[in-house]
Design a protein around this ligand. Structure first.
Ligand code: NA7
Length: 531
């Protein structure tokens, strides 16, 4: 027993905050470190214009406290970043979480000591904290990916990354703005920036599929109807494959079992309704290339109908499998390219040669800019964990253990790293679900596990290498049955040069939850529990 906390939590986003709350409820002393100066995690950092969640707000919120979910009122179908950040702050205040969080502090190193069965955690503030348990609530999209483009540091104008956006207002008025990237962040930001920028130049490497979000204010009646039986609504969502969207059921029929007209009508219906549940139109869209092509060509036609210049429309038209990169949802993304003050530059065929003090050079042309925005994404799922020097049993590093890609048991635990838990780690459904639903399930599992160890007088728990190998094979075998591994997505780490190509999240939330339950029922099957 140490004088320090029972649990060190890294991160104070939605995962870290709930871990703190849950620890307190179980009588565990917990202490969190957070690099930001406030709570909110991804919603603290991603303040770029247009940032908005792609899961509906009545679902993208905690379900663990009935009073909390009753008292908070979301204003829109999809909440914008400032509203989500206000919600995170409300939760921190309501449950008095800040007193256990050290802000503005990064964890640099964590070392396991087998003799004392404790982790020693070192921070950039020079602190050393010793605790039996370490919970990595570090988020899946929290380390930005900054491309290694020659001359980037020489750019003389304003330089921003969407994933690390300034806290002060950024003024685009009259400026020549460049955006590199056309993923979800760019798709959200581009229409908003184009509204006020003098000129916007978009540097696109891969065109992106996007369906309309159809965001709108929430009606008082519909909010009241959900709140009248919020618990049942939450439970129905937890039973969905991705832990959300029960209002918009998936259609399990094959697209080939209906007529062409009916297939089109279903896609059109979902297009008009808006949102990522577009991909639930038919059961085989994510499994079969020909089925997928039907949905892909539907979206391609929409792009052609929306974008008035056929050449620009052609450049904006994706050819890869729809949905294998995360499907974007947007507000007027494609229509933005009809504006006189917006130019699309293809850097797929002519990659960016260099960044100069004056702008971006590609295809032998220098595009002069006052501001350059990198919307180039994240070193997803593993980046933040591997930036911390984590040393487990016998001094083994997580970096070495994951040299060939992340290997976990249940996405919660790593063989050789006792008493280390990851919230929504690689190998768990995480980014393929409503993150808050996955976070709640993980945090409850982890804190129940710690509580169990404490009550049974055990000091440590660690995944067995065999259980981990089987789990990695299981995650891959499920992904391999789908079209997900077919394109260069961040799910595969393919967006970061040199990163090992492994499909990191697990498809299918309800069976995963069932497995986690079974593991516990079978006395922590696949783990070694030490005395
Ligand atoms: P994404 O989805 O990873 O998108 C990053 C974009 O940046 C994508 O279009 C990339 O093109 C582009 N990119 C990355 N590096 C370069 C270089 N070197 N040159 C040109 N273009 C480049 O990140 P987001 O932030 O938009 O979204 C991440 C997730 O956050 C999102 O899925 C939601 O879950 C929330 P590529 O496609 O790799 O050719």
């Amino acid at each position: 027993m140490t004088d320090g906390p029972d649990v060190v939590v890294v991160g104070a986003g939605f995962a870290g905050m709930y871990t703190l709350r849950r620890c307190r409820m179980l009588g565990l002393r917990a202490r969190a470190f957070e690099a930001g100066t406030g709570v909110g995690g991804t919603w603290y950092w991603n303040r770029y214009p247009g940032a908005r969640c792609d899961v509906e707000s009545m679902e993208y919120s905690y379900s663990f406290d009935e009073n909390l979910q009753q008292e908070w009122n979301w204003s829109e179908r999809y909440a914008a970043q400032p509203e989500i950040l206000s919600y995170a702050n409300h939760v921190a205040d309501r449950f008095d979480l800040r007193r256990d969080i050290t802000f503005g502090t990064r964890v640099l190193r964590a070392v396991w000591d087998a003799t004392t069965a404790t982790w020693t955690v070192h921070t950039d503030g020079g602190e050393e904290v010793v605790a039996p348990y370490l919970v990595m609530a570090t988020g899946c999209l929290s380390s930005t990916n900054t491309p290694d483009i020659p001359g980037l540091a020489s750019f003389a104008g304003e330089l921003h990354h969407t994933g690390n956006w300034p806290h002060e207002a950024v003024d685009f008025r009259g400026k020549r703005v460049g955006v590199i990237g056309t993923g979800s962040s760019a798709v959200q930001a581009i229409p908003v920036i184009a509204d006020t920028a003098g000129h916007l130049t978009v540097f696109q490497r891969t065109p992106q599929y996007s369906v309309p979000a159809r965001n709108r204010p929430l009606e008082v009646d519909e909010v009241a109807a959900t709140k009248a039986d919020y618990a049942t609504f939450r439970e129905r969502n937890r039973r969905m494959p991705a832990g959300f969207g029960s209002r918009y059921p998936r259609n399990e029929t094959s697209v080939f079992d209906v007529s062409e007209d009916d297939a089109r009508a279903e896609l059109q219906f979902r297009w008009e309704r808006g949102g990522t549940t577009f991909m639930g139109a038919f059961g085989d869209l994510a499994l079969d290339r020909e089925a997928n092509e039907i949905a892909a060509s539907f979206v391609r036609e929409k792009i052609a109908e929306t974008v008035t210049d056929p050449e620009v429309a052609a450049r904006l038209t994706p050819t890869h499998v729809i949905g294998c990169k995360r499907l974007c949802i947007d507000t007027e993304y494609f229509a933005t390219f009809n504006r006189d003050n917006v130019t699309l530059v293809d850097v797929g065929t002519d990659p960016i040669e260099s960044i100069t003090p004056a702008g971006v050079r590609t295809g032998g042309v220098e595009h002069e800019l006052d501001m350059l925005i990198l919307a180039t994404g994240f070193d997803a799922m593993t980046g933040t964990l591997l930036r911390i020097d984590i040393r487990g049993r016998d001094g083994a590093t997580l970096r070495d253990a994951w040299a060939a890609g992340p290997r976990t048991y249940l996405g919660l635990s790593v063989a050789g790293f006792p008493n280390l838990f990851m919230v929504s780690g690689p190998g768990s459904p995480s980014v393929l679900t409503n993150m808050i639903v996955s976070i709640e399930q993980h945090v409850e599992w982890i804190t129940d596990c710690i509580d169990h160890l404490r009550r049974t007088g055990r000091r440590s728990i660690e995944a067995t290498p065999e259980a981990q190998e089987d789990w990695v094979a299981h995650v891959n075998s499920i992904a391999d049955k789908t079209l997900y591994p077919t394109c260069n997505s961040w799910y595969l780490g393919a967006n970061v040069p040199g990163k090992t190509r492994v499909f990191m999240p697990l498809l299918g939330f309800p069976p995963y939850v069932e497995t986690c339950r079974r593991v516990v029922d079978n006395d922590y099957e696949g783990f070694t529990v030490g005395v």
